[in-house]
Design a protein around this ligand. Structure first.
Ligand SMILES: Cc1cc2nc3c(=O)[nH]c(=O)nc-3n(C[C@H](O)[C@H](O)[C@H](O)COP(=O)(O)OP(=O)(O)OC[C@H]3O[C@@H](n4cnc5c(N)ncnc54)[C@H](O)[C@@H]3O)c2cc1C
Ligand code: FES
Ligand code: FES
Length: 493
């Protein structure tokens, strides 16, 4: 039986007889005695546990990614490199402080210090990024790190001063080192609750063999949903099958206006790729989780957990996307609209995996915007989300309409009555008012702690009204830069 091997702060670690649902945070603080990495929430919300992981298959070449170690299961690290706050120490000069630590000290960016190791590691990713050229990108980089006592202004100041520095540190050296392809893994342990297995197949045939041998398997990618089943719900899994060894799933291809997005594409990469090309998609991703979450979470994970408030589904519905499922017998294409079959249920058959999503980028003349309504701007779950698209011909007539919503029903769904009220009508405020009236017959939303049925229905109608105003000047508006209250002068502010 295989063991899990990876490098922590440059040293090889070999894992045996440790449950495959052990989180990286537990392993660092336990067997490895690296207690610098802290636990706050154990659910991806506070950033105290942030470490950086080498992503060898990132588009544009290997890069360091800040991730939440409280959600990552140890076998997901097989074959890769991790740095924690202890690994930044370069030597005796300047008290051995890394430039990001020095910057945080100089900006007085730490008080009780509990959040500080996590803040430092998010800053480490920032200092190795070369694209942090706007204030909102700095906010996005750091929005997954909560600090209850220092205040964010000094932290942001320190981050601004080191962004893009790319210092000659141990992480840079590791980036240029030799890297092997993702190794396969078949790891199993016996525990009080029975045996648990974790497999990383690296080709399709092996994947389907593994699925047949372990019919009660669960797929795992970034673990930002599944990790919570472990840390919050104490779930036991007989067999977890990671898809990270299938490099085809990480492909993001464009051919003219035709897009093909692998189910393993990380959301941070999708956000980058769609920034100018598919604004409704990048708008939705801008307020999705945190940088750490988007660095781990994948497109396939978001769609296959089939949450009614999953943020990508409405956008893919409005794009009229096709979901490609792959099984032993080949591929099967499912229209986005038929993919969500019930509450947290999909059209995937046993033994099938979601391989990729295909769609046609909307023409520049399409009027298309997406909206996420939540109680906070950063790091919150949608009460209601929407992706709204219409095509208007030269005479001002609506020739097609697609209004897709999340949070309004048991599945992400289209508002057919509202769409019918738009079709063939003049593109006008009155028409959108008629759509807003019609949407009442499309959905009977639930009341829960995120909003009452009345709130959700009113919101959905108002989003349609707002859509008209939003796309009046720009058919596919990008989000305006809305920096935080800690805005400072200078080009990076
Ligand atoms: C702090 C925090 C903030 C979050 N914020 C948001 C948010 O703003 N919006 C939002 O929509 N979600 C949010 N999420 C939920 C989560 O991050 C996303 O759903 C994410 O995209 C899941 O991707 P993953 O790769 O981590 O999936 P995983 O957790 O690895 O898997 C999720 C599910 O999908 C299945 N699966 C994964 N890939 C495949 C595949 N290719 N084929 C078949 N089944 C597959 C797995 O078996 C599992 O059931 C948040 C989560 C956390 C912890
Ligand atoms: S401990 Fe809070 S994000 Fe991991
Ligand atoms: S310094 Fe105390 S929580 Fe940030």
């Amino acid at each position: 039986m295989d063991c899990v091997t990876f490098h922590v702060n440059g040293r090889k670690t070999t894992v045996r007889d440790v449950s495959p649902t052990t989180t990286l945070l537990q392993y660092l603080r336990g067997p490895l005695h690296l207690a610098g990495t802290k636990e706050g929430c154990a659910e991806g919300d506070c950033g105290a546990c942030t470490v950086v992981v080498l992503d060898a298959e990132a588009p544009g070449g290997p890069r360091w990614r800040a991730v939440n170690s409280c959600l990552l299961l140890v076998p997901l690290l097989h074959g890769t490199h991790v740095f924690t706050v202890e690994g930044l120490r370069s030597g005796p000069g300047d008290e051995g402080l890394h430039p990001v630590q020095r910057a945080l000290v100089d900006a007085l960016g730490s008080q009780c210090g509990y959040c500080t190791p996590g803040v430092v590691m998010s800053m480490v990713e920032a200092c190795h990024r070369t694209d942090l050229d706007a204030g909102w990108k700095l906010d996005d980089q750091m929005c997954g790190n909560l600090c209850r006592c220092t205040g964010y202004r000094p932290i942001r100041e320190a981050t601004s001063s080191i962004a893009g520095l790319c210092p000659d540190d141990r992480l840079r050296a590791a980036l240029s080192g030799k890297r092997d392809a993702q190794p396969s893994l078949d790891y199993a342990t016996d525990g009080l609750r029975g045996s648990q297995r974790f497999c990383i197949p690296t080709d399709w045939d092996t994947l389907f063999d593994v699925l047949e041998r372990h019919p009660s398997h669960r797929f795992i990618q970034g673990a930002t949903d599944l990790g919570l089943d472990v840390t919050k719900h104490g779930r036991h899994f007989d067999a977890l099958v990671s898809l990270q060894g299938l490099s085809e799933l990480r492909r993001l291809d464009t051919n003219g206006s035709r897009w093909s997005v692998g189910a393993g594409v990380k959301l941070a990469d999708l956000e980058d790729a769609t920034d100018h090309a598919v604004p409704p998609l990048s708008r939705m991703l801008r307020f999705f989780g945190s940088r750490q979450i988007k660095n781990s979470a994948t497109v396939g994970g978001n769609l296959c957990n089939a949450s009614p408030i999953g943020d990508l589904a409405p956008v893919f519905l409005a794009l009229d996307a096709t979901f490609v499922a792959r099984g032993r017998g080949g591929e099967r294409r499912v229209a986005a609209e038929h993919f969500f079959t019930g509450y947290r249920e999909t059209a995937l058959q046993p033994g099938e995996v979601l391989a990729r999503v295909e769609f046609e980028a909307p023409p520049p003349t399409a009027r298309f915007a997406s909206y996420k309504v939540s109680k906070r701007r950063e790091m919150d779950i949608s009460a209601v989300s929407a992706a709204l698209r219409v095509h208007v011909d030269d005479r001002g007539t609506i020739t097609s309409a697609c209004f897709a919503f999340g949070g309004m029903a048991a599945t992400p769904a289209r508002a057919r009555a509202a769409e019918a009220a738009a079709l063939g009508q003049t593109w006008s405020e009155q028409t959108l008012e008629a759509c807003a009236a019609a949407i009442g017959s499309d959905f009977t939303p639930l009341t829960d702690h995120r909003g009452s049925a009345w709130y959700r229905s009113t919101l959905a109608a108002n989003l349609l009204r707002g859509f008209y105003a939003d796309v009046a000047d720009e058919p596919m508006p990008r989000l305006p830069d809305r920096p935080t209250g800690t805005l400072l002068g200078g080009p990076r502010a």
